[in-house]
Every structure is written in structure tokens, then in C-alpha cells.
Design a binder for this molecule. Structure first.
Ligand SMILES: [Zn+2]
Length: 600
């Protein structure tokens, strides 16, 4: 970059705009003492190992011991990692983080006997013990663990597989190295006519350019490289799929998808319902694509025309204090208690606001059971940052409610529900902004922001999910996943999603070659289910549907005390049924209508 911004160092920032990590440990010396205490506790494991199956009391003692170590370890780990994230150049913090990582790994292997030993207790014995009052608070914890019983092989076989895990992960690793390090992309022109070397990051920026020749060149030049290496990418992807299918079959799962979804106890029908519903609402995406074509005024709409903004520059800008006030007002529909914790986040230094030298980029919500649910931001005065603030606040208030209402063993929540709390807040902010402006420019911009988010999260991730499932099925059926075979399918799938108004660029059939998420093992569908559930929840809350808010708060308080789908039912969304998706599409359609009317 040509003009390097001079960022402040941490000590130049107003303390009120930094997070307060002394609420975890007063000093590094206190951290060190906690660290040593865990090391000592780990030495006591012989007292419990090999004795879990002797009696309900022994099982309780071993479980309490195990959870207590993880509980202590969380604090040590999060303190070190947040210190490192706030200034990645801080050598002392790097040292702490490395030590914490080492201790987590050591504890993991020192305590690895626990789950297999529980599973070696005969099922009837375990069930009868769990009825005792002392073990009852752990009943769901053990039920969850017990689901692995029929999918766990003998210790020697599991040992062999564990020993080969690096080999199974090799193709995903090769993809990463090739994609991030070894591939060299050509030089293209940016909007100012300067030569810039394409990278994944630069590509994302150039694709949004309002200069069509800039985004067209970026698209064509980037894909030239992926096409050149198409057979290598087909090989890494196909080997990764083979690994999933092999692992599922040796562990007695009917499909790789069943194996992957089992970790959250989600039935495959949830996935199929998503795909079916999205396919039956593709006419909405086609309408949005044709609207885009009309506004851009192009004869042929190409893939590289899909990301450029169609409502121009953002008419909205917020300083951080303004954003805090807007967030409080937008989230007021969540009730006084919810808002009081948002205020607490601002007043009690949960948020690290300012972009400083060496600070990790982007934004996240973190923290553990005993700590504040901290938020890292790199504040810029724009609408996107306001959305980021309410998104991360959604995670943090979810964490806060869970940790204050559940015991440690249920004090976290699964990835399947995590993005629901954050995107419910985003949807709620969208509604607030739409309700509180008469300026058609602002309205159009906010609607476009929402429609693009829905397109990218619900439609696009479901397209990915469909492709991901197809490659696993093809491999299981013995059909070789060659580059050509995958491109044939992907090209058609892409056309089905975007419709006839999108001109089929031959390059896009190879998009699968550059998507890291296809190596994540049935991960992407959760983006789509989560966004749709959030849209429905937010709509019910903002339209003050009776009981909606109470149900939602109960969901935020549930943590992992029940399986994700059951937790979602307490929120009022049954994700085994298509209704929540249909409700989300109804909101999309209504906002698309509004957007079309505004642009006329
Ligand atoms: Zn998030």
C-alpha cells in the first residue's frame, strides 16, 4: 500500500477504549502461578485414571477433576491469547501464548484416557449411575459423550487412526500451502491505473470496483491461474473427500455427511430441507440478479458484475460513541435486561475499540466461562463497523447469558448455534435502520446491504453445501472426481442458482478450486441455516410476536445444556421443519419488493 497510516500504540489510546484484562489476572505473575497450579494438578491424574468404572462416586470424582483442569486452563489460555492479539509484536505476550498452547496440548494428551474410559463402562451401568443425584447435573454431558459408543473402535484401531491423522490431513494442508503461498497471480491494473499484484485480498477489493474493466481483468487473470492448476486442485479436493468417506465408513456411519453432522447431533434431513427450500426459492435470487443487471445497465451480466455496489457510496457514517448509542437503541427490542448488559460491555471495558500498531485485524468476540465476554474491534467510522459491533455484541451477550445461567460443563455453545445470536442482532439493526429513516438513499443502501448479505450467506453457502455433498456422494459411488467432472457439475449448479440473466463465464465452473471451505467437512451449510434462523427470530422479536423475546432469551441462556436443535426449539425455531426457511424468504422477498420500488 502506498500511504501507510500511522497507527497509535496501545499506550497512546484512552484507557476507556481498551479492554481490561486485569479482570482475568492482575499481573503476569498471577498468570504464572495459575499455570503452575495446573501443572501440579495434572500430576494427580493417577488418582482417577483407571478408576472411573469402579463406582458412581469415582466417576463423579474423575469428572470433577477433569472439568476443573479445563476450567482453570481456559483462563490461562484466554489471557495469553488476548494479550497476544492486542499487540502481535509484543514478545512477552508471544511467550505467554506459546506456553499456554503447550500446556493445552500437554493437558489434552495427559487427559486423553477420560472419554474412552467412560465408554468402557457398560451402558446399563452408566445409565443407572446417571440417575443418582450427584451425577444428574452431568446427565446430558455423558449422554452426549455416549453417542460415540457405537462409532468408537477398539483402542488399538483408534490409536492407529490417530497416528495417521497427519497423513489424512495432508491434502487439505497441500491445498492451503499452494493457495496461500506458492501460487503466483499476475499483475493487473487498479482503478487509478496502477499495476497491482493480484492476491486473494486484492481480488476481493478489485471485484467491487465500479470500473468494469478493472473487475473483469481481475476475474479473468485470477481464474487463469486456477485453470492452469485445475488438476492439482482436483487431486487435493478429491483426496480430502476420500479421507472423509473412509473415516465415516470405518466408524460405522452411513455417509460422510452423517458422520460430520453427528458431532452436533444434527440429522441429515436438516441439510436436505435447507437445499430443497433454497431451490424452491431461487426465483427470488433470479429477480435480484436481473435487478442488478438493469441498474448496472449492462447487456450481459457477468460473474464479475455480481459484487460491485449498486447503490453507490455509503450515505451513513458513525463515530464510535454514535455507534454505541445507535446499537443501544436498535437492540432495545431485546428488553431492558439485554440492553443493561450491552451498557455493561461499554462501561466495564469489555471492548478493545481502536486500531493500534500490531493489533490483530478484523473483529471477534472471545472470553471464557469466568471472564468478561471480550470484544476486539478495529474501529472505522462507517456503517459496516456498526454492523460488526452489534454482531460481536450478539456473541458476547449470548456468552454472558450462557455463562451466568449454566454450570461449567454446559457453559459454552456449539458452532451450529453460535452465528445465530450474532446475525439476529444484525437483522435487528437492519430493521431499526429501515424504521428510522425517511431518506430513500439511506433506505436503499441498508436494503442492499441486507439483500447482499442474504445472497452471500443463504443462497451462496447453500450452493456450496450442495456441491460439497455431491462430491462426497460421487466419490462414494466410485466416480472419479476429475477437474472436468467437477467443473461440469459446478457450472450447471451455478447457472441454476443465478438464473438466465447471468451470462455463463467458463471460468466460474472452476470456482470449487479456490474455496477453502470445501476442506472443512460439511461446515458451510451452518452459515445458511444460521442466517435463516436469525432472520426469522429477529423478525418475530421486532414485530413483537407474543412470547418471541422470552423464547429467544431462553435460547441465549441454554448454552450446551441440550443438543443444538433442541436449544433452537426453545428459541421458537424448529430447524427440522421448512417453516423457518420459508419465513426468512418471506422477509427477503418483502425487502426485495421495497428495494425494487425505491429504485424505480
Ligand atoms: Zn460471528
Amino acid at each position: 500500500m502506498s500511504d501507510v497510516k500511522q497507527l497509535p500504540t496501545r499506550d497512546e489510546v484512552d484507557e476507556a477504549l481498551t479492554w481490561d484484562l486485569t479482570q482475568i489476572f492482575k499481573s503476569d505473575a498471577d498468570w504464572k502461578a495459575a499455570y503452575q497450579k495446573i501443572e501440579q494438578d495434572l500430576e494427580q491424574r493417577d488418582t482417577y485414571q483407571g478408576h472411573l468404572g469402579e463406582s458412581a462416586d469415582q466417576l463423579l470424582a474423575g469428572t470433577t477433576y477433569l472439568l476443573d483442569i479445563w476450567h482453570q486452563l481456559e483462563n490461562v489460555d484466554v489471557y495469553a491469547s488476548l494479550k497476544q492479539e492486542q499487540d502481535t509484536g509484543d514478545q512477552d505476550a508471544q511467550g505467554l501464548a506459546a506456553q499456554a498452547n503447550d500446556l493445552v496440548a500437554r493437558a489434552g494428551s495427559a487427559l486423553a484416557w477420560f472419554n474412552p474410559e467412560v465408554l468402557s463402562i457398560p451402558e446399563e451401568t452408566l445409565q443407572s449411575w446417571l440417575k443418582e443425584a450427584t451425577l444428574a447435573p452431568y446427565a446430558h454431558y455423558f449422554a452426549d459423550l455416549d453417542r460415540a459408543r457405537e462409532h468408537t473402535l477398539s483402542a488399538d484401531k483408534e490409536g492407529l487412526l490417530a497416528g495417521a491423522s497427519d497423513i489424512f490431513g495432508a491434502s487439505a494442508k497441500t491445498f492451503g500451502v499452494l493457495d496461500n503461498a506458492d501460487l503466483e497471480f499476475p499483475v493487473v491494473k487498479d482503478e487509478a491505473g496502477n499495476d497491482v499484484r493480484l492476491t486473494q485480498g486484492v481480488y476481493g477489493v478489485l471485484l467491487q470496483s465500479t470500473d468494469r474493466s478493472v473487475r473483469a481483468a481481475a476475474f479473468k487473470q485470477l481464474y487463469k491461474v486456477y485453470l492452469q492448476f485445475q488438476n492439482t486442485f482436483a487431486s487435493t479436493l478429491s483426496s480430502n473427500v476420500k479421507g472423509h468417506n473412509f473415516d465415516a465408513s470405518v466408524h460405522h456411519y452411513p455417509t460422510a455427511r452423517a458422520a460430520a453432522l453427528a458431532s452436533n447431533n444434527v440429522p441429515e434431513s436438516v441439510y436436505d430441507t435447507l437445499v430443497t427450500e433454497v431451490n424452491s426459492h431461487l426465483d427470488l435470487l433470479h429477480r435480484y440478479v436481473s435487478l442488478r443487471k438493469r441498474i448496472l445497465g449492462v447487456d450481459h451480466l457477468h460473474t464479475y458484475d455480481l459484487y460491485t455496489p449498486i447503490t453507490g457510496e455509503s450515505p451513513l457514517s458513525y463515530t464510535y460513541p454514535e455507534a454505541q448509542q445507535t446499537a443501544l437503541k436498535a437492540l432495545s427490542v431485546m428488553g431492558d435486561d439485554y440492553v443493561s448488559h450491552v451498557q455493561e460491555a461499554f462501561d466495564n471495558r469489555w471492548v478493545d475499540v481502536v486500531e493500534t500498531k500490531g493489533k490483530r485485524s478484523g473483529a471477534f468476540s472471545s472470553g471464557v466461562y469466568d471472564t468478561n465476554p471480550y470484544i476486539l474491534l478495529n474501529w472505522q467510522d462507517n456503517l459496516e463497523e456498526l454492523f460488526t459491533l452489534v454482531h460481536e455484541m450478539g456473541h458476547s451477550i449470548h456468552s454472558y447469558y450462557t455463562r451466568h445461567n449454566q454450570p461449567f460443563q454446559y457453559g459454552d455453545y456449539s458452532i451450529f448455534v453460535a452465528e445465530i445470536a450474532s446475525t439476529t442482532n444484525e437483522n435487528t439493526l437492519t430493521q431499526y435502520l429501515l424504521d428510522n429513516t425517511d431518506d430513500p438513499k439511506v433506505k436503499a443502501f441498508v436494503l442492499n446491504h441486507y439483500l447482499d448479505g442474504f445472497k452471500g450467506t443463504v443462497f451462496r453457502q447453500t450452493q456450496f453445501a450442495e456441491f460439497e455433498h455431491w462430491i462426497h456422494q460421487e466419490d462414494a459411488a466410485g466416480h472419479p472426481l476429475t477437474a472436468q467432472h467437477m467443473a461440469d457439475y459446478y457450472g450447471k449448479l451455478n447457472q441454476t442458482y443465478y438464473g438466465d440473466d447471468l451470462t455463463p463465464d467458463p471460468e466460474i465452473a472452476y470456482e470449487w478450486a479456490r474455496i477453502p471451505h470445501f476442506y472443512y467437512n460439511y461446515y458451510v451449510f451452518q452459515y445458511a441455516t444460521g442466517f435463516a434462523a436469525a432472520s426469522t427470530l429477529s423478525h418475530n422479536i421486532t414485530s413483537q410476536k407474543p412470547g418471541a423475546l422470552e423464547h429467544y432469551l431462553n435460547f441465549l441462556k441454554a448454552g450446551s445444556s441440550a443438543y443444538p436443535l433442541d436449544v433452537m426449539k426453545t428459541a421458537g425455531v424448529d430447524m427440522t421443519k421448512p417453516d423457518y426457511l420459508q419465513d426468512a424468504f418471506a422477509v427477503f422477498e418483502q425487502r426485495l419488493n421495497e428495494f425494487e420500488a425505491l429504485l424505480k
